[in-house]
Design a protein around this ligand. Structure first.
Ligand code: ZN
Length: 431
């Protein structure tokens, strides 16, 4: 084989036989980014485990040159990750609001009523389906994590504790549970067998039913350098181009698409059966054209990403090294999953960050996976008065900067790592 680039060379040294694409089965010949080795990003460690061995998996992302699905191999078994889940959607008030507005929109737009059925895949603790109760619309959740499903049942949302796929959909239809509306919010990225999952949606939909799926948009990930949103729990990253190919494989088509600000920039796609009478919105053509203009149908658009991430790593480390050489103190803010990708990829341990803080009490007293940064309550920042605060959930930067400007009277500087390293003042004007 001819060596065209450092990416081709790198792949040669890793594997002779390229893995097949999760969606279309074509061989995966192009690496988008190699983030090195890291542990699963949600495995926050108890103190007694910090002195033990930890399992690291490759975090290497490939792109398919046929369907443009950006994907990770299934290094970590979904049954390990998703059967006992620490994340309860209802903890996030903004997410619950998002769900309520969605329910109101769906009821009006699709004319749902007492005879309809709304099914949510990965329904978590019922944060979304609960909003259909005021309209007396029957709902059914599907959620593999037993502990969060239990919370859903407790708030009156009937929930099946299973992984969704074609087999389960066939069974549901035979029981008279075909759906008028299927909702899948932030689940598609976490499905190892995409085709089985989408086949299930096609089976479960009534002839004029609609499915809506929300997922982070790979176009925003690329444009805004969001390499830290890549982690083992997310197997796939989608453009509209890919979603249209995925839908077509299963007798579905995209009838509408909306761009949402959630998770750094998400898409909400509306799918209907090929034979459905529903019209296709102009938004679909408009976004498809924009993706083509952004080069999302060209290998180079994806493979150039690796160098951008490396540059950010060098910038961030240069800043941190200079700050430590000057004797400055640095703390983190937040302990989100994406923080762990960033810390592990850049090799930022306690030699740089004294600790990080988080609002979630589950994480207090634990350590971040891999880099073992201690996680403390938010007040710890006020006691430590660090010179710099590195914001890990950069999507919340404005909220955090505003909060620190009010409360941090010693005037720490804020470091935002993504899309590029930026230093903000908490006093006076930000630069
Ligand atoms: Zn493919």
């Amino acid at each position: 084989m001819t060596i065209h680039s450092v990416h081709d060379l790198h792949e040669d040294t890793i594997s002779v036989d390229p893995a097949p694409c999760r969606l279309c089965g074509s061989p995966l010949n192009h690496m988008m980014i190699d983030l090195g080795m890291s542990p699963p990003c949600e495995s926050f460690l108890l103190p007694e485990l910090v002195d033990s061995a930890e399992t690291f998996y490759p975090l290497r992302v490939m792109v398919c040159d046929q369907c443009w699905l950006v994907q990770l191999r299934e290094y970590v078994d979904p049954r390990e990750i998703f059967t006992e889940y620490a994340y309860f959607s209802s903890y996030s008030t903004s997410w619950v609001d998002h769900a309520r507005r969605y329910a109101e929109m769906a009821v009006a737009r699709f004319g749902l009523g007492g005879e309809s059925l709304v099914v949510e895949l990965a329904s978590n603790d019922g944060y979304l389906l609960q909003h259909f109760a005021p309209f007396n619309i029957p709902v059914l959740g599907v959620e593999p994590a037993a502990n969060v499903a239990e919370a859903a049942e407790a708030r009156g949302v009937p929930t099946l504790v299973e992984f969704f796929g074609a087999e389960m959909a066939t069974r549901m239809v035979s029981e008279g549970r075909a759906a008028d509306l299927i909702v899948g919010n932030n689940v598609l990225a976490q499905v190892p067998d995409l085709n089985d999952f989408v086949a299930g949606i096609a089976i479960l939909l009534k002839p004029e039913g609609v499915a809506t799926l929300e997922f982070p948009h790979v176009g925003r990930l690329l444009a805004e350098n969001q390499f830290d949103t890549i982690y083992h729990e997310h197997y796939s990253y989608f453009s509209l181009l890919t979603i249209e190919k995925m839908a077509a494989r299963h007798g579905l088509r995209v009838i509408d698409v909306e761009e949402l600000p959630t998770h750094g920039g998400s898409l909400r796609v509306f799918l209907a059966r090929d034979g459905s009478d529903r019209d296709t919105s102009d938004a679909v053509t408009a976004l498809r054209d924009r993706e083509l203009a952004e080069g999302l149908d060209r290998v180079e658009t994806y493979t150039a990403f690796d160098e951008r991430a490396r540059r950010t790593k060098r910038e961030l480390l240069s800043f941190l090294i200079a700050a430590k050489d000057e004797g400055k103190t640095i703390c983190g803010y937040g302990a989100p999953g994406k923080g762990n990708t960033l810390l592990n990829y850049c090799g930022i341990g306690r030699d740089f960050l004294d600790f990080t803080v988080d609002r979630n009490p589950y994480k207090h007293g634990r350590y971040t996976p891999g880099m073992h940064i201690p996680i403390r309550p938010v007040d710890a920042i006020m006691a430590a008065r660090p010179d710099y605060i590195l914001i890990l959930p950069w999507n919340l930067r404005d909220e955090i900067v505003a909060q620190l400007s009010r409360t941090a009277d010693w005037g720490p500087k804020i470091v935002v790592p993504i899309p590029h390293v930026e230093i903000l003042e908490t006093r006076g004007d930000s630069k």
